[in-house]
Design a binder for this molecule. Structure first.
Ligand code: NAD
Length: 480
């Protein structure tokens, strides 16, 4: 398959190159091969992208919502028709197995486009009776929005941001992660093919500095970032300078609590999904697995057997269940955490080995709350299993983190499930499930894990603002 795009950027409806930008090589993490050579956006490219978005947004916002919706729905159909090719490109760009990308990446992006296309025409204001006078509200787009993506779900992230933004009449300039820049260009291309006007969705490439230049431009009304907490702090602060709207989708160290009455096979399966899917490179992963002491050894022995049966290898092979980490830098970080967990006295149950950029599915037991593995986001296939005895204790320990992205509870007792969920500090909580993120349900973090929400009806509010209109029906009663 051809992995080299026509050009590095997509601006005003067309691929654009500017060879003056610093070179950006795109590697296939499974082989180390260079699959594309791009250039970072120069200030001139950034300016063109923002100017194009600002110009296009006015006419786009003036369309009837059903007209915008029709285009987004068409784009979602095109994505579904081309899912095989798009997923292969995603696999080559990220190293994630094709059996994942074909079901979880672009398909979720298509869902987002379809979902917000469906919602767009029904977003209305309200009328407020005020005696003879009245007021009404209009839900207006924000204007030009900037999207900045992480590398773990590059195309899904682009779609999750573009879909609500565009549906509500905004334009977007999107900067993908420099590590996985290819999918967003495809989205831009597909939106144009679906009939979107030029300039509505532009893509510029580059490292953090390109993102920073976008965030501080006076033409920008909103910034939506998916990334780490340190980057989130910088972007939030930079956006604050211009009093811009923000959505921050940041990191996590989420708890998954397994009570003694849980269906253990399901709990093991969920813990594996929540630690090994995408080689563990998922923000909402349940990386602190609290297992009730009565079932801990049973849980660990089932987990070990299933983890050791995971098929690692060529991500383009449909039989492969786990691929490499996304980059050498990520691999170095993850293997250092494995070494540190051993040094701090955690018990290695399985895995721990590594070859190339591949890291075995790894489980540590007897992890305590103060070990590095229980405190910091690893973003690799490394599960920490911690013991607990009583409900009250595990809730307090689950919440004893600066993060608050997600959490999971496994129990057969529905009263307990809801009681515990009510007290967990997290933006998304699963009961007897883990890491399912349908676009219909909102997603986002509390505490350091973020502000704002993606997906669901909640995202509409994050891509619109209210205008209140007071209508005077009689003469003005002035005291002067
Ligand atoms: P990162 O923070 O290193 O980079 C994210 C993006 O921000 C990249 O596009 C990067 O170029 C850009 N960037 C960096 N510095 C910037 C600056 N000063 N101004 C503007 N943009 C800047 O994150 P990453 O390594 O790409 O992704 C992994 C992280 O993302 C993890 O912490 C993970 O938890 C988080 N994540 C969160 C979610 C979520 O929805 N909450 C989803 C996926 C990943």
């Amino acid at each position: 398959m051809r992995t080299q795009p026509q050009a590095s950027h997509f601006i005003d409806g067309a691929y654009v190159e500017d060879a003056a930008g610093a070179p950006l090589a795109v590697l296939n993490p499974a082989t180390g091969d260079t699959i594309a050579r791009l250039h970072e956006a120069t200030p001139a490219i950034i300016d063109r992208a923002l100017a194009s978005a600002a110009r296009a947004q006015v006419a786009w916002a003036a369309l009837r919502p059903v007209e915008r919706a029709r285009i987004l729905r068409r784009a979602s159909d095109i994505i579904r028709d081309r899912n095989a090719d798009l997923s292969l490109l995603e696999t080559l760009d990220t190293g994630k197995p094709i059996q994942e990308t074909e079901v979880a990446d672009w398909p979720s992006g298509a869902d987002a486009l379809e979902y917000y296309a469906g919602l767009a025409p029904s977003v209305t204001g309200e009328t407020v009776p005020l005696g003879p006078d009245f007021a009404y509200s209009i839900r207006e787009p924000l204007g030009v929005c900037v999207g900045i993506g992480a590398w773990n779900y590059p195309s899904q992230i682009a779609c999750w941001k573009a879909a609500p933004a565009l549906a509500m009449g905004n334009a977007m300039v999107f900067k993908p992660s420099e590590t996985t820049p290819l999918g967003a260009l495809k989205l831009a291309d597909i939106l144009m093919e679906a009939g979107a006007p030029a300039g509505i969705f532009n893509v510029v490439q580059g490292m953090g500095a390109v993102g920073a230049a976008l965030v501080t431009d006076p033409r920008v009304a909103k910034v939506s970032l998916t990334g780490s907490v340190p980057t989130g702090r910088k972007v939030y602060a930079a956006a604050a300078e211009g009093i811009r709207h923000v959505t921050m989708e940041l990191g996590g160290k989420s708890p998954l609590i397994v009570f003694a009455d849980a269906d253990l096979d399901s709990a093991v399966g969920a813990a594996m999904l929540g630690n090994f899917y995408s080689s563990g490179q998922i923000c909402s992963n349940g990386t602190r697995v609290f297992v009730h002491r009565d079932v801990k050894e049973d849980f660990l022995s089932r987990l070990k057997a299933r983890a050791e049966a995971i098929v690692m290898g060529d991500p383009t092979d449909p039989a492969t269940q786990m691929g490499p980490l996304v980059s050498a830098a990520q691999h170095e970080k993850v293997t250092a955490y494995v070494a540190r967990a051993k040094a701090e006295g955690a018990r290695l149950v399985t895995g721990g080995g590594s070859e190339g950029l591949f890291v075995q599915p790894t489980v540590f037991a007897d992890v305590t709350d103060t070990m590095t593995l229980a405190c910091e986001e690893v973003f690799g296939p490394v599960m920490a299993v911690l013991d607990f005895d009583i409900e009250e204790e595990v809730i307090a320990r689950a919440n004893a983190t600066e993060f608050g992205l997600a959490a999971g509870v496994f129990t057969a007792d529905i009263t307990r499930a809801h009681r515990v969920v009510a007290r967990l500090q997290a933006g998304t909580v699963w009961i007897n499930a883990y890491n399912l993120t349908p676009v219909e349900s909102s997603f986002g973090g509390v505490k350091l894990s973020g502000v704002g929400r993606e997906n669901g009806k909640a995202a509409i509010e994050h891509y619109t603002q209210l205008k209140s209109v007071y209508v005077g029906m009689g003469p003005v009663d002035a005291p002067y």
